[in-house]
Design a protein around this ligand. Structure first.
Ligand code: NAD
Ligand code: DAU
Length: 352
Protein backbone atom coordinates (compact mmCIF):
# COMPACT_ATOMS: atom_id res chain seq x y z
CA UNK A 1 0.00 0.00 0.00
CA UNK A 2 0.96 3.66 -0.11
CA UNK A 3 0.84 6.21 2.72
CA UNK A 4 -0.65 9.59 1.88
CA UNK A 5 -0.43 12.53 4.31
CA UNK A 6 -3.01 15.30 4.04
CA UNK A 7 -5.38 13.10 2.04
CA UNK A 8 -8.50 14.88 3.36
CA UNK A 9 -7.40 18.23 1.91
CA UNK A 10 -8.00 19.63 -1.56
CA UNK A 11 -5.23 18.01 -3.61
CA UNK A 12 -4.70 15.03 -1.28
CA UNK A 13 -8.44 14.23 -1.36
CA UNK A 14 -8.54 14.44 -5.14
CA UNK A 15 -5.43 12.27 -5.26
CA UNK A 16 -6.94 9.55 -3.02
CA UNK A 17 -10.06 9.37 -5.22
CA UNK A 18 -8.01 9.43 -8.43
CA UNK A 19 -5.53 6.81 -7.20
CA UNK A 20 -8.17 4.31 -6.13
CA UNK A 21 -9.91 4.69 -9.48
CA UNK A 22 -6.80 4.68 -11.70
CA UNK A 23 -4.49 2.33 -9.79
CA UNK A 24 -6.59 0.66 -7.10
CA UNK A 25 -3.73 0.01 -4.68
CA UNK A 26 -4.76 0.45 -1.01
CA UNK A 27 -4.05 3.76 0.73
CA UNK A 28 -3.31 4.63 4.33
CA UNK A 29 -4.45 8.23 4.71
CA UNK A 30 -3.00 10.22 7.64
CA UNK A 31 -4.61 13.62 8.16
CA UNK A 32 -4.99 15.84 11.21
CA UNK A 33 -8.30 17.24 9.94
CA UNK A 34 -7.48 20.89 10.43
CA UNK A 35 -10.01 23.41 9.14
CA UNK A 36 -8.81 22.44 5.62
CA UNK A 37 -9.35 18.69 6.01
CA UNK A 38 -12.78 17.35 5.20
CA UNK A 39 -13.82 13.71 5.30
CA UNK A 40 -16.92 14.54 3.29
CA UNK A 41 -14.64 14.73 0.26
CA UNK A 42 -14.00 11.01 0.79
CA UNK A 43 -17.60 10.05 1.60
CA UNK A 44 -17.79 7.78 -1.47
CA UNK A 45 -15.05 5.59 0.10
CA UNK A 46 -16.94 4.85 3.33
CA UNK A 47 -17.38 1.16 2.48
CA UNK A 48 -14.13 0.86 0.51
CA UNK A 49 -11.68 -1.45 2.28
CA UNK A 50 -8.81 -0.07 0.19
CA UNK A 51 -8.93 3.24 2.08
CA UNK A 52 -7.76 3.34 5.70
CA UNK A 53 -8.15 6.73 7.36
CA UNK A 54 -6.21 7.74 10.49
CA UNK A 55 -6.74 11.12 12.13
CA UNK A 56 -3.33 12.23 13.37
CA UNK A 57 -0.53 14.77 13.20
CA UNK A 58 2.58 14.38 11.04
CA UNK A 59 4.53 15.98 13.91
CA UNK A 60 3.69 12.94 16.09
CA UNK A 61 6.77 10.78 15.62
CA UNK A 62 5.43 7.93 17.79
CA UNK A 63 2.31 7.68 15.63
CA UNK A 64 4.36 7.79 12.42
CA UNK A 65 6.63 4.94 13.61
CA UNK A 66 3.63 2.88 14.66
CA UNK A 67 1.79 3.36 11.34
CA UNK A 68 4.85 2.57 9.23
CA UNK A 69 5.56 -0.59 11.24
CA UNK A 70 1.96 -1.74 11.05
CA UNK A 71 1.07 -0.92 7.41
CA UNK A 72 4.52 -1.19 5.74
CA UNK A 73 3.87 1.17 2.79
CA UNK A 74 6.04 1.00 -0.34
CA UNK A 75 5.83 4.78 -0.78
CA UNK A 76 4.89 7.95 1.09
CA UNK A 77 3.22 10.82 -0.73
CA UNK A 78 3.46 13.87 1.46
CA UNK A 79 0.72 16.45 0.87
CA UNK A 80 0.01 17.53 4.46
CA UNK A 81 0.74 21.22 4.96
CA UNK A 82 -0.67 24.55 5.95
CA UNK A 83 -1.29 25.87 2.45
CA UNK A 84 -2.87 29.34 2.45
CA UNK A 85 -0.55 32.34 1.94
CA UNK A 86 -2.92 34.86 3.59
CA UNK A 87 -3.20 32.70 6.71
CA UNK A 88 0.60 32.46 6.84
CA UNK A 89 0.76 36.26 6.94
CA UNK A 90 -1.71 36.46 9.84
CA UNK A 91 -0.17 33.53 11.76
CA UNK A 92 3.08 31.94 10.54
CA UNK A 93 3.63 29.66 13.58
CA UNK A 94 1.47 26.77 12.41
CA UNK A 95 3.22 26.87 9.02
CA UNK A 96 6.62 26.40 10.63
CA UNK A 97 5.26 23.62 12.82
CA UNK A 98 3.49 21.53 10.19
CA UNK A 99 5.48 22.35 7.06
CA UNK A 100 8.98 22.36 8.56
CA UNK A 101 8.83 20.34 11.80
CA UNK A 102 6.19 17.96 10.42
CA UNK A 103 8.20 17.26 7.28
CA UNK A 104 11.28 16.71 9.43
CA UNK A 105 9.40 14.21 11.63
CA UNK A 106 8.09 12.40 8.55
CA UNK A 107 11.52 12.25 6.90
CA UNK A 108 13.07 10.86 10.07
CA UNK A 109 10.33 8.27 10.53
CA UNK A 110 10.63 7.30 6.85
CA UNK A 111 14.41 6.99 7.14
CA UNK A 112 14.18 4.73 10.20
CA UNK A 113 11.59 2.53 8.49
CA UNK A 114 13.30 2.47 5.06
CA UNK A 115 16.76 1.67 6.46
CA UNK A 116 15.39 -1.58 7.92
CA UNK A 117 13.66 -2.78 4.74
CA UNK A 118 15.14 -5.71 2.85
CA UNK A 119 17.19 -4.81 -0.27
CA UNK A 120 14.39 -4.94 -2.87
CA UNK A 121 12.02 -2.95 -0.65
CA UNK A 122 14.70 -0.35 0.05
CA UNK A 123 15.45 0.07 -3.65
CA UNK A 124 11.79 0.41 -4.63
CA UNK A 125 10.78 2.77 -1.79
CA UNK A 126 9.81 6.39 -2.57
CA UNK A 127 9.29 9.47 -0.45
CA UNK A 128 7.37 11.83 -2.72
CA UNK A 129 7.43 15.38 -1.41
CA UNK A 130 4.64 17.55 -2.84
CA UNK A 131 5.72 21.17 -3.09
CA UNK A 132 4.95 24.43 -4.81
CA UNK A 133 6.28 26.83 -7.44
CA UNK A 134 6.12 29.62 -4.81
CA UNK A 135 9.54 28.55 -3.47
CA UNK A 136 11.11 30.16 -6.56
CA UNK A 137 9.85 33.67 -5.72
CA UNK A 138 8.34 36.12 -8.17
CA UNK A 139 8.98 36.67 -11.91
CA UNK A 140 9.14 39.91 -13.89
CA UNK A 141 6.82 40.24 -16.91
CA UNK A 142 9.45 39.10 -19.43
CA UNK A 143 11.34 36.53 -17.34
CA UNK A 144 11.39 32.94 -18.57
CA UNK A 145 9.22 30.54 -16.54
CA UNK A 146 10.65 28.74 -13.48
CA UNK A 147 12.84 25.76 -14.41
CA UNK A 148 13.97 23.22 -11.80
CA UNK A 149 17.34 25.02 -11.66
CA UNK A 150 15.83 28.38 -10.67
CA UNK A 151 17.23 29.69 -7.35
CA UNK A 152 15.00 29.47 -4.28
CA UNK A 153 13.68 32.94 -3.37
CA UNK A 154 10.60 32.42 -1.17
CA UNK A 155 8.79 35.61 -0.19
CA UNK A 156 5.93 34.65 2.16
CA UNK A 157 5.98 32.74 5.44
CA UNK A 158 4.13 29.96 3.57
CA UNK A 159 6.63 29.72 0.71
CA UNK A 160 9.57 30.02 3.12
CA UNK A 161 8.21 27.09 5.13
CA UNK A 162 7.72 25.03 1.96
CA UNK A 163 11.22 25.96 0.74
CA UNK A 164 12.59 24.76 4.10
CA UNK A 165 10.77 21.47 3.71
CA UNK A 166 12.14 21.06 0.17
CA UNK A 167 15.67 21.61 1.50
CA UNK A 168 15.13 19.02 4.23
CA UNK A 169 13.84 16.49 1.69
CA UNK A 170 16.84 17.17 -0.56
CA UNK A 171 19.29 16.78 2.32
CA UNK A 172 17.72 13.51 3.50
CA UNK A 173 18.37 12.14 0.03
CA UNK A 174 21.87 13.56 -0.32
CA UNK A 175 23.08 12.62 3.16
CA UNK A 176 21.18 9.45 4.01
CA UNK A 177 20.26 8.16 0.55
CA UNK A 178 16.50 8.22 1.30
CA UNK A 179 14.83 7.85 -2.15
CA UNK A 180 13.18 11.26 -2.27
CA UNK A 181 11.50 12.84 -5.29
CA UNK A 182 10.03 16.37 -5.14
CA UNK A 183 7.41 17.97 -7.37
CA UNK A 184 6.92 21.75 -7.48
CA UNK A 185 3.51 22.55 -8.86
CA UNK A 186 1.67 25.72 -9.84
CA UNK A 187 -1.82 26.83 -8.68
CA UNK A 188 -4.35 24.00 -8.70
CA UNK A 189 -8.11 24.39 -9.07
CA UNK A 190 -11.01 21.96 -9.27
CA UNK A 191 -13.56 20.12 -7.10
CA UNK A 192 -13.29 20.08 -3.27
CA UNK A 193 -11.19 23.28 -3.21
CA UNK A 194 -11.62 25.10 0.10
CA UNK A 195 -13.35 28.47 -0.52
CA UNK A 196 -10.57 30.57 0.99
CA UNK A 197 -8.55 30.31 -2.26
CA UNK A 198 -9.23 32.58 -5.25
CA UNK A 199 -11.27 30.37 -7.60
CA UNK A 200 -13.66 28.67 -5.13
CA UNK A 201 -14.01 31.90 -3.12
CA UNK A 202 -15.14 33.78 -6.23
CA UNK A 203 -17.65 31.06 -7.17
CA UNK A 204 -19.25 30.81 -3.72
CA UNK A 205 -19.27 34.59 -3.16
CA UNK A 206 -20.84 35.23 -6.55
CA UNK A 207 -23.58 32.67 -5.91
CA UNK A 208 -24.30 34.32 -2.55
CA UNK A 209 -24.36 37.82 -4.10
CA UNK A 210 -21.32 38.86 -2.05
CA UNK A 211 -18.43 41.08 -3.26
CA UNK A 212 -15.64 39.43 -5.30
CA UNK A 213 -12.51 40.83 -3.59
CA UNK A 214 -9.56 41.27 -5.97
CA UNK A 215 -6.27 42.16 -4.29
CA UNK A 216 -4.34 45.18 -5.61
CA UNK A 217 -4.72 45.87 -9.32
CA UNK A 218 -5.74 42.28 -10.19
CA UNK A 219 -2.83 41.94 -12.64
CA UNK A 220 -0.87 39.36 -10.59
CA UNK A 221 -0.29 36.31 -12.75
CA UNK A 222 -0.56 32.66 -11.75
CA UNK A 223 -0.22 29.45 -13.78
CA UNK A 224 -3.39 27.37 -13.27
CA UNK A 225 -3.54 23.58 -13.42
CA UNK A 226 -6.64 21.39 -13.08
CA UNK A 227 -6.21 19.25 -9.97
CA UNK A 228 -6.82 15.97 -11.86
CA UNK A 229 -3.80 16.77 -14.02
CA UNK A 230 -1.68 17.29 -10.89
CA UNK A 231 -2.81 13.86 -9.61
CA UNK A 232 -1.79 12.28 -12.94
CA UNK A 233 1.60 14.02 -12.76
CA UNK A 234 2.23 12.63 -9.27
CA UNK A 235 1.30 9.14 -10.47
CA UNK A 236 3.75 9.52 -13.37
CA UNK A 237 6.56 10.72 -11.10
CA UNK A 238 5.91 7.98 -8.57
CA UNK A 239 6.07 5.37 -11.32
CA UNK A 240 9.04 6.67 -13.28
CA UNK A 241 10.65 9.70 -11.60
CA UNK A 242 14.32 9.47 -10.77
CA UNK A 243 15.21 9.58 -7.06
CA UNK A 244 16.88 12.76 -5.86
CA UNK A 245 15.28 14.72 -8.73
CA UNK A 246 12.75 17.52 -8.70
CA UNK A 247 10.05 17.95 -11.34
CA UNK A 248 8.14 21.14 -12.04
CA UNK A 249 4.44 20.62 -12.79
CA UNK A 250 2.35 23.31 -14.48
CA UNK A 251 -0.52 24.00 -16.83
CA UNK A 252 1.16 26.19 -19.48
CA UNK A 253 -1.66 28.51 -18.57
CA UNK A 254 -0.62 31.91 -17.19
CA UNK A 255 -3.46 34.29 -16.43
CA UNK A 256 -3.92 37.54 -14.47
CA UNK A 257 -6.33 37.23 -11.54
CA UNK A 258 -8.87 39.65 -12.95
CA UNK A 259 -9.20 37.51 -16.07
CA UNK A 260 -9.84 34.43 -13.92
CA UNK A 261 -12.58 36.23 -12.02
CA UNK A 262 -14.16 37.56 -15.22
CA UNK A 263 -14.19 34.05 -16.72
CA UNK A 264 -15.96 32.69 -13.63
CA UNK A 265 -18.54 35.51 -13.82
CA UNK A 266 -19.20 34.79 -17.50
CA UNK A 267 -19.66 31.07 -16.86
CA UNK A 268 -22.04 31.74 -13.98
CA UNK A 269 -23.99 34.22 -16.14
CA UNK A 270 -24.52 31.32 -18.57
CA UNK A 271 -25.11 28.48 -16.10
CA UNK A 272 -26.95 30.24 -13.22
CA UNK A 273 -28.03 33.72 -14.41
CA UNK A 274 -28.68 36.19 -11.60
CA UNK A 275 -31.85 38.30 -12.06
CA UNK A 276 -29.98 41.16 -10.31
CA UNK A 277 -27.55 41.42 -13.27
CA UNK A 278 -24.18 40.13 -14.48
CA UNK A 279 -21.97 38.69 -11.72
CA UNK A 280 -19.08 40.98 -12.75
CA UNK A 281 -20.97 43.81 -11.01
CA UNK A 282 -19.76 42.25 -7.72
CA UNK A 283 -16.03 42.68 -8.54
CA UNK A 284 -14.43 44.83 -5.83
CA UNK A 285 -10.78 45.89 -5.71
CA UNK A 286 -9.39 45.64 -2.16
CA UNK A 287 -6.09 46.34 -0.39
CA UNK A 288 -3.25 44.19 -1.70
CA UNK A 289 -1.73 41.15 0.02
CA UNK A 290 1.54 42.21 1.77
CA UNK A 291 4.57 40.97 -0.22
CA UNK A 292 2.24 39.77 -3.00
CA UNK A 293 4.28 37.84 -5.63
CA UNK A 294 3.63 39.38 -9.03
CA UNK A 295 4.00 36.45 -11.39
CA UNK A 296 4.51 32.68 -11.34
CA UNK A 297 5.06 30.60 -14.48
CA UNK A 298 6.26 27.03 -14.79
CA UNK A 299 8.55 25.44 -17.33
CA UNK A 300 7.17 21.88 -17.29
CA UNK A 301 9.35 20.50 -20.09
CA UNK A 302 11.39 18.16 -17.87
CA UNK A 303 8.42 16.07 -16.71
CA UNK A 304 7.14 15.93 -20.28
CA UNK A 305 10.54 14.93 -21.70
CA UNK A 306 11.32 12.29 -19.08
CA UNK A 307 7.89 10.95 -18.18
CA UNK A 308 5.60 11.98 -21.02
CA UNK A 309 3.25 13.96 -18.75
CA UNK A 310 1.31 16.93 -20.09
CA UNK A 311 -1.90 18.45 -18.75
CA UNK A 312 -5.02 16.94 -20.33
CA UNK A 313 -7.36 19.84 -19.48
CA UNK A 314 -7.25 23.30 -21.00
CA UNK A 315 -8.26 26.16 -18.71
CA UNK A 316 -11.55 26.44 -20.61
CA UNK A 317 -12.52 22.79 -20.01
CA UNK A 318 -11.17 22.70 -16.44
CA UNK A 319 -12.83 25.88 -15.20
CA UNK A 320 -16.19 24.86 -16.71
CA UNK A 321 -16.02 21.48 -14.93
CA UNK A 322 -15.09 23.29 -11.71
CA UNK A 323 -17.94 25.81 -11.81
CA UNK A 324 -20.37 22.99 -12.68
CA UNK A 325 -19.07 20.96 -9.70
CA UNK A 326 -19.70 23.85 -7.27
CA UNK A 327 -23.19 24.35 -8.70
CA UNK A 328 -23.93 20.65 -8.24
CA UNK A 329 -22.51 20.39 -4.70
CA UNK A 330 -23.98 23.17 -2.54
CA UNK A 331 -24.08 20.78 0.45
CA UNK A 332 -20.30 20.30 0.46
CA UNK A 333 -19.82 24.07 0.28
CA UNK A 334 -22.34 24.79 3.05
CA UNK A 335 -20.67 22.30 5.37
CA UNK A 336 -17.18 23.76 5.01
CA UNK A 337 -18.47 27.28 5.62
CA UNK A 338 -18.60 26.64 9.35
CA UNK A 339 -18.15 29.11 12.20
CA UNK A 340 -14.35 28.92 11.87
CA UNK A 341 -14.61 29.76 8.16
CA UNK A 342 -16.71 32.81 8.94
CA UNK A 343 -14.11 33.95 11.52
CA UNK A 344 -11.42 33.77 8.81
CA UNK A 345 -13.49 35.87 6.41
CA UNK A 346 -13.74 38.56 9.09
CA UNK A 347 -9.97 38.43 9.85
CA UNK A 348 -8.86 38.58 6.20
CA UNK A 349 -11.42 40.84 4.55
CA UNK A 350 -13.00 43.31 6.99
CA UNK A 351 -9.85 45.40 7.47
CA UNK A 352 -9.07 45.53 3.72
P1 NAD B 1 -5.09 21.93 1.89
O1 NAD B 1 -4.85 23.05 2.85
O2 NAD B 1 -6.36 21.89 1.13
O3 NAD B 1 -4.99 20.53 2.67
C1 NAD B 1 -3.99 20.25 3.59
C2 NAD B 1 -4.36 18.98 4.33
O4 NAD B 1 -3.30 18.67 5.27
C3 NAD B 1 -5.65 19.10 5.15
O5 NAD B 1 -6.45 17.94 4.96
C4 NAD B 1 -5.16 19.19 6.60
O6 NAD B 1 -6.08 18.64 7.54
C5 NAD B 1 -3.88 18.38 6.53
N1 NAD B 1 -2.91 18.76 7.58
C6 NAD B 1 -2.53 20.02 7.92
N2 NAD B 1 -1.64 19.97 8.94
C7 NAD B 1 -1.47 18.65 9.23
C8 NAD B 1 -0.66 17.97 10.18
N3 NAD B 1 0.12 18.63 11.05
N4 NAD B 1 -0.70 16.61 10.20
C9 NAD B 1 -1.51 15.93 9.34
N5 NAD B 1 -2.30 16.53 8.43
C10 NAD B 1 -2.27 17.88 8.38
O7 NAD B 1 -3.83 21.92 0.92
P2 NAD B 1 -3.75 21.58 -0.63
O8 NAD B 1 -4.09 22.78 -1.41
O9 NAD B 1 -4.47 20.32 -0.88
O10 NAD B 1 -2.18 21.35 -0.79
C11 NAD B 1 -1.62 20.05 -0.59
C12 NAD B 1 -0.12 20.14 -0.78
O11 NAD B 1 0.17 20.59 -2.10
C13 NAD B 1 0.58 21.12 0.15
O12 NAD B 1 1.81 20.58 0.54
C14 NAD B 1 0.77 22.37 -0.69
O13 NAD B 1 1.90 23.10 -0.27
C15 NAD B 1 1.00 21.76 -2.05
N6 NAD B 1 0.61 22.56 -3.21
C16 NAD B 1 -0.63 23.14 -3.27
C17 NAD B 1 -1.00 23.85 -4.41
C18 NAD B 1 -2.37 24.46 -4.56
O14 NAD B 1 -2.60 25.19 -5.53
N7 NAD B 1 -3.31 24.22 -3.66
C19 NAD B 1 -0.10 23.98 -5.47
C20 NAD B 1 1.16 23.38 -5.36
C21 NAD B 1 1.50 22.67 -4.23
O1 DAU C 1 1.41 28.55 -6.73
C1 DAU C 1 1.02 27.46 -5.94
C2 DAU C 1 0.31 27.96 -4.71
O2 DAU C 1 -0.97 28.40 -5.14
C3 DAU C 1 0.17 26.90 -3.62
O3 DAU C 1 1.45 26.55 -3.16
C4 DAU C 1 -0.67 27.43 -2.46
O4 DAU C 1 -0.87 26.41 -1.50
C5 DAU C 1 -2.01 27.87 -3.02
O5 DAU C 1 -2.81 28.43 -1.99
C6 DAU C 1 -1.81 28.91 -4.13
O6 DAU C 1 -1.26 30.14 -3.60
P1 DAU C 1 -1.78 31.57 -4.11
O7 DAU C 1 -1.49 32.59 -3.09
O8 DAU C 1 -1.33 31.83 -5.51
O9 DAU C 1 -3.37 31.23 -4.18
P2 DAU C 1 -4.67 32.06 -3.76
O10 DAU C 1 -5.84 31.32 -4.30
O11 DAU C 1 -4.66 32.44 -2.33
O12 DAU C 1 -4.50 33.40 -4.61
C7 DAU C 1 -4.38 33.37 -6.02
C8 DAU C 1 -4.21 34.80 -6.50
O13 DAU C 1 -5.43 35.51 -6.27
C9 DAU C 1 -3.14 35.57 -5.75
O14 DAU C 1 -2.48 36.45 -6.65
C10 DAU C 1 -3.91 36.37 -4.70
C11 DAU C 1 -5.24 36.64 -5.39
N1 DAU C 1 -6.43 36.72 -4.50
C12 DAU C 1 -6.64 35.72 -3.60
C13 DAU C 1 -7.73 35.77 -2.75
C14 DAU C 1 -7.96 34.67 -1.74
C15 DAU C 1 -7.31 37.79 -4.62
O15 DAU C 1 -7.11 38.68 -5.48
N2 DAU C 1 -8.39 37.82 -3.80
C16 DAU C 1 -8.64 36.87 -2.85
O16 DAU C 1 -9.65 37.00 -2.08
Amino acid sequence: MILVTGGAGFIGGNFVLDWLEAVGEPILNLDKLTYAGNLETLASLKQDQRHVFVQGDICDRGLLDQLLAEYRPRAIIHFAAESHVDRSIHGPGEFIRTNVEGTYALLEAARAYWSKLEDAGRAAFRFHHVSTDEVYGSLGPNDPPFAETHPYEPNSPYSASKASSDHLARAWHHTYGLPVVTTNCSNNYGPYHFPEKLIPLMIVNALAGRPLPIYGDGRNVRDWLYVGDHCAAIRAVLAGGREGETYNVGGWNEKPNVEIVQTICTLLDELRPDPAGPYARLITYVKDRPGHDRRYAIDARKIERELGWRPAETFETGIRKTVEWYLANPGWVANVQSGAYRDWVVVNYTAR
